[in-house]
Design a protein around this ligand. Structure first.
Ligand SMILES: [Fe+2]
Length: 364
């Protein structure tokens, strides 16, 4: 299913961390554990890791300052910490922000002269410490992508880095670590996975692998997207949502995302809208373009989800649940940021311009 160029060794399922605990020693004797404020602890993953480290005689320090939409400066600070303790590897435990930050921290740790904002201009691939990731949400797909989305601390703008130096070496995907996720986070991250799946499936960069990964993701998401319900979940539901996020991550790793991700960054930066909801907010506009420019693939998505266009759009709007109105002057000003072209716009069905972005912002 995955070609030989895919470098991530992935373990999936309940207990996969404990069942493969001997693997950590292959990476050295000193680790910087990277987390956010709470999910590493609430999920139980941090305790499971430190128990393994004690048995394996691996010493560690914990950097728990990764914020949502991680700043380049924060990653630089953690990279310096990793270098100062001579860490052999980085272990990230958390949601997408922590996983993305861990990749950047691993690069900063091995490149002491790289200033925080220069990570966007680094040589690719750059030297980096090995990265091991444990996800605590189901959405980002960062576990399986060679991408990390950072917020440039100089500009406040979200921008991704990518390359062979942005892949994890090992991922432990144990869905039980996602079970402590608050429902509002679970909904937003599921919407992120949904956005990944549909944007990849409908992109001009799709191929048979992308269609396969996206359709698998949508199959696993179907029950929740079409019912609009993300509560009263059992073991199987948590596992489905996690597997969906992995498949959707594999899809965008090959195809990339389309305009909703790029324009959605603005809603996160300026209005604090969580990433998944910010992307899904543009689904009605995206669906309309798909219906016009690649109707067969749009119909295929409706078939996978066993729904019709009207019901799907109504459900996504209801689940996304944001209430923003953007003035014309603001939409005009913001859209200029994309005037020189964006890869995500080029991949969008029918192409997409900064003027289309202005219209999309006004559609909210
Ligand atoms: Fe995303």
């Amino acid at each position: 299913m995955l070609n030989e160029n895919f470098p991530v060794k992935m373990f999936l399922g309940r207990g996969c961390l404990k069942n493969n605990s001997d693997l950590f020693s292959d990476f050295g004797k000193k680790c910087l554990i990277v987390t956010g404020k709470s999910s590493a602890i609430l999920s139980g993953a941090l305790k499971d890791v430190t128990d393994i480290f004690e048995i394996s005689c691996i010493s560690y320090e914990i950097f728990d300052e990764v914020e949502p939409n991680p700043l380049t400066l924060t990653c630089k600070k953690a990279g310096e910490l990793a270098a100062s303790i001579n860490a052999d590897f980085i272990l990230g435990i958390g949601g997408g922000s922590v996983l993305d930050a861990s990749k950047a921290i691993a690069i900063f740790a091995s490149n002491p002269d790289l200033s925080h904002s220069k990570i966007y201009e680094r040589a690719i691939p750059s030297a980096h410490l090995p990265v091991i990731l444990i996800g605590t949400t189901s959405g980002t797909g960062s576990e399986v992508t060679g991408v990390s989305v950072l917020t440039n601390a100089d500009t406040g703008l979200k921008k991704s880095i990518s390359g062979k130096d942005c892949y994890a070496e090992v991922v432990f995907g144990d869905y039980t670590y996602t079970m402590s996720t608050p429902e509002d986070v679970r909904i937003s991250t599921a919407l992120d996975a949904f956005s990944h799946a549909v944007e990849a499936y409908l992109s001009s960069t799709e191929n048979s692998d992308v269609l396969y990964f996206s359709s698998r993701a949508l199959s696993y998401l179907k029950k929740y997207i079409t019912s609009g319900s993300f509560s009263l979940l059992n073991d199987e539901d948590y596992e489905s949502l996690y597997i969906a996020s992995v498949y959707a991550g594999l899809a965008i790793n090959l195809a990339g995302t389309c305009f909703p991700h790029t324009v959605g960054y603005y809603l996160t930066e300026n209005y604090g809208i969580p990433h998944g909801r910010a992307c899904a907010a543009f689904f009605p506009v995206f669906a309309a373009r798909a219906k016009k420019y690649c109707p067969e693939r749009f119909e295929a998505i409706l078939k996978i989800l066993d729904t019709d266009e009207k019901t799907l759009i109504e459900n996504i709007i209801r689940v996304t649940d944001i209430n923003i109105k953007i003035e014309k002057s603001e939409a005009q000003r913001i859209s200029l940021r994309w005037k020189n072209g964006v890869k995500n716009f080029d991949r969008t069905p029918g192409g997409f311009t900064y003027k289309d972005a202005e219209s999309a912002l006004l559609s909210l």
